[in-house]
Design a binder for this molecule. Structure first.
Ligand code: TYD
Length: 209
């Protein structure tokens, strides 16, 4: 026995823009005060700098390939500096977006880059969350919420409704392909009801770990 704490549970939240996942990850973190709440792109000093490059400016600023490299660089830094140290210390990590966002946003929306996304993920990241909540939401409703926020980081929201429809199908396909890791959550409901369902799943998973 090494005497080290057992690794913490790595939980991610995914879904289209404006689906409510940030609210939901915050509500889950409130239930588990010892958990570390973080987000992508970002979550470490270097990755937050890359975030600004990715989320502001012209929607055509980067090609899909360049974008993929930037998101992967940000994720590698986030994993090294923030996520892995917390898990090693036995903390639960609640992360707003992780590699599934890259699979869907960069892998399936502007040509089929999924093979490249998977190759890069294996080479540079090499791990998945233990549990992923995919919040499903009507894109028209989600888009109106997202733009209403006017965060100044609206580059992806600015790509429009058809783009969000494609994303939604990408997330639904991921949920279907990864039933052990992913839990599909109906986000078209009162946030408190959504949160109760998510908390119940997370509590079960922690008890089983
Ligand atoms: P986020 O800050 O979660 O925005 P929102 O709360 O509106 O969902 O994510 C920022 C944007 O970055 C979002 O539009 C999704 C996009 N994104 C990718 O395209 N690929 C990725 O790998 C990640 C992590 C995010």
């Amino acid at each position: 026995m090494s005497g080290r704490a057992p690794a913490g549970l790595f939980i991610s939240f995914e879904g289209i823009d404006g689906c409510g996942k940030s609210t939901q990850s915050r509500m889950l973190a409130e239930k588990f005060p010892d958990a570390l709440r973080t987000r992508e792109p970002g979550g470490s000093a270097g990755a937050e700098e890359i975030r600004a490059l990715l989320l502001t400016g012209d929607p055509d600023r980067w090609s899909a390939e360049t974008e993929l490299l930037l998101f992967t660089a940000a994720r590698r830094d986030h994993l090294e500096k923030t996520i892995q140290p917390a898990l090693d210390a036995g903390r639960t990590v609640i992360c707003d977006r992780f590699a599934d966002s890259t699979r869907v946003y960069q892998g399936a929306t502007r040509g089929d880059l999924r093979g490249t996304v998977d190759t890069l993920h294996t080479a540079m990241i090499g791990r998945e969350p233990d549990l992923t909540f995919i919040i499903d939401m009507d894109p028209a409703e989600a888009l109106s919420r997202g733009l209403a926020r006017k965060s100044g980081e609206d580059r992806f929201e600015d790509m429009g409704l058809a783009f969000q429809e494609t994303l939604r199908h990408g997330f639904l396909a991921l949920a279907k392909a990864n039933p052990d890791r992913c839990v599909l959550i109906d986000g078209n409901r009162d946030p408190a009801a959504v949160a109760a369902e998510i908390t119940a799943h997370a509590t079960d998973r922690m008890a089983a770990a």
